[in-house]
Design a protein around this ligand. Structure first.
Ligand SMILES: Cc1cc2nc3c(=O)[nH]c(=O)nc-3n(C[C@H](O)[C@H](O)[C@H](O)COP(=O)(O)OP(=O)(O)OC[C@H]3O[C@@H](n4cnc5c(N)ncnc54)[C@H](O)[C@@H]3O)c2cc1C
Length: 457
């Protein structure tokens, strides 16, 4: 029977936020016998998000909520850069049915004697006498530990003044569409990058300068999830994104198959993109999911949650049993998905590049996948790059862009990345200079992008 959650009741753990991070970890902790209270300001089990993930993050319990998946990657820009390939690393990257997996976790929590309070907002917390007391819109509750799973706009982070301004933010607005698959669209298609000239009149403008990207995932016959994304230091409001999305969908020549689509469900949200740094914690307060930046530097927060929630809960259980709920012990819990520094460094470089590179540099980047094995792109997404992939990619970047161009893509506070790359890839530097030498011998000129500078609007 679900535990009652009246004002003043005591719990082992209070979870702020009933999204995928809060519900998944709460379900595991409830299974292990902890009395958990999940506070959700809306309705736990419902979301405006939708996901696809690499298959290796699913297990016997979560696989039942997956279906179909991405089987073909595509990219196209207004100036003519184009690529496409059949998924190579895995036959498919499954879609997760958000309408089934979240309610499943709700059921597990309640079946194991823990509680969920909907329409209940976390407001603040105080720590005294070894307990956290959490003030909500429906009263005060106490527990030994507060787990913040409130996502992109965490009030806990604000209260503790732990904001991190190094993050970029993906801002997303889109919809699930009912439409026939015409114009070459196939079930399993993932348009990972499409841009249009008239969404920003400056041909050199980067995403940081306000160029949006159009994406879509073909979920099945007559079902497409299409979305618009920004990658910037500032979150872009839903009000600003919605009309742009509608214009991309209805008025661009290259989206003709979408022009008559019927919108059946609105989707939107914001998620962080930062270094894989899930070690935020304070005494008796830990952070999970987007609130704890459980993302790869390129996003993919649901992937991270699915891969880590059980390991995290197991380690949290041990830490609680050892009586350690201080910041140091809580910081030590997260299980990094990656152990190799070069994977993190490379993903971070790509994140700066995607946000700050002007359109001509992005066109070249997209064309790389016609020159090299595109499995590299899939390994980059899944944080499974090998050292050889890393060196090959760095050499390719150095061959195709001048050092000056690359450095201008980095914000000043991250210039240190250049040193990290150089230390990790001496071979790539030598290879890049060899390429330049052979180019020179062949009398080929480097195709430079004219001056631009990194600058947020
Ligand atoms: C449109 C979209 C598509 C995406 N696609 C993918 C994908 O294909 N693959 C992938 O791996 N990742 C994807 N992501 C990223 C992924 O959705 C997020 O990383 C993931 O949802 C993070 O889960 P979370 O539980 O930490 O946060 P959220 O999903 O944001 O959930 C936080 C919850 O906390 C609640 N809350 C907030 N404040 C309070 C408060 N004060 N009190 C109580 N409750 C509160 C919110 O109502 C919400 O229910 C996508 C994101 C978006 C927006």
């Amino acid at each position: 029977m679900a535990a009652s959650a009246q004002s003043g009741h005591e719990f082992d753990i209070i979870v702020a936020g009933g999204g995928p991070a809060g519900l998944s970890v709460a379900s595991e902790m409830a299974k292990k016998g902890h009395r958990v209270l999940v506070l959700e300001k809306e309705t736990a089990g419902q979301t405006k998000r939708s996901w696809f993930v690499p298959p290796f993050v699913l297990d016997g319990e979560t696989r039942q909520f997956s279906y179909g998946g991405v089987t073909r990657f595509l990219a196209a820009t207004y100036s003519g850069a184009k690529t496409q390939w059949r998924a190579k690393l895995y036959p498919a990257y499954p879609y997760i049915d958000e309408k089934k997996i979240l309610p499943y976790w709700v059921e597990v929590i309640e079946k194991n004697g823990s509680a969920i309070m909907n329409n209940t907002e976390y407001l603040r917390h105080d720590i005294s006498d070894g307990r956290v007391s959490v003030t909500t819109t429906k009263g005060i509750f106490t527990a030994a530990l507060l787990l913040d799973a409130s996502g992109y706009d965490s009030p806990v982070i604000k209260q503790l003044k732990m904001e991190d301004d190094s993050y970029y933010w993906w801002s997303v607005y889109g919809a699930v569409l009912d439409m026939p698959l015409t114009g070459g669209l196939e079930t399993g298609d993932y348009m990972m990058w499409q841009t249009f000239k008239d969404t920003n009149p400056n041909p050199k403008a980067s995403l940081a300068h306000g160029r949006p990207v159009f994406e879509y995932e073909v979920l099945g016959p007559n079902r497409v999830f299409a979305l618009l994304l920004f990658l910037r230091k500032k979150q872009v409001t839903k009000e600003a994104m919605k009309p742009l999305f509608e214009r991309m969908l209805r008025r661009e020549d290259s989206t003709a198959p979408f022009h008559g689509a019927k919108m059946i469900e609105e989707k939107f949200g914001w998620y962080p993109s930062g270094e894989v740094s899930q070690n935020k914690a304070a005494d008796r307060v830990a952070f999970i999911g987007d609130a704890g930046c459980w993302t790869t530097p390129c996003g993919w927060g649901m992937t991270f949650i699915l891969q880590n929630y059980k390991t995290y809960a197991g380690k949290l259980d041990e830490t609680i049993k050892a009586g350690r709920l201080d910041a140091e012990a809580l910081q030590a819990i997260p299980a990094l998905r990656v152990t190799e520094e070069f994977q993190v460094v490379f993903d971070k470089l790509v994140m700066h590049f995607l946000s700050n590179a002007p359109a001509p540099m992005l066109d070249k980047f997209i064309n790389f996948f016609n020159q090299i094995d595109p499995i590299l792109c899939e390994r980059m997404f899944t944080l499974t790059l090998t050292k050889e992939d890393f060196e090959e990619s760095i050499a390719l970047f150095l061959k195709n862009f001048t050092f000056g161009e690359l450095i201008r893509v980095l914000p000043v506070e991250d210039y240190g990345l250049v040193i990290r790359v150089a230390k990790l890839s001496v071979f790539a530097y030598i290879a890049a200079y060899w390429y330049k030498f052979t180019d020179w011998l062949a009398g080929r000129k480097n195709n430079k992008v004219e001056g631009f500078s990194y600058e947020e609007e």
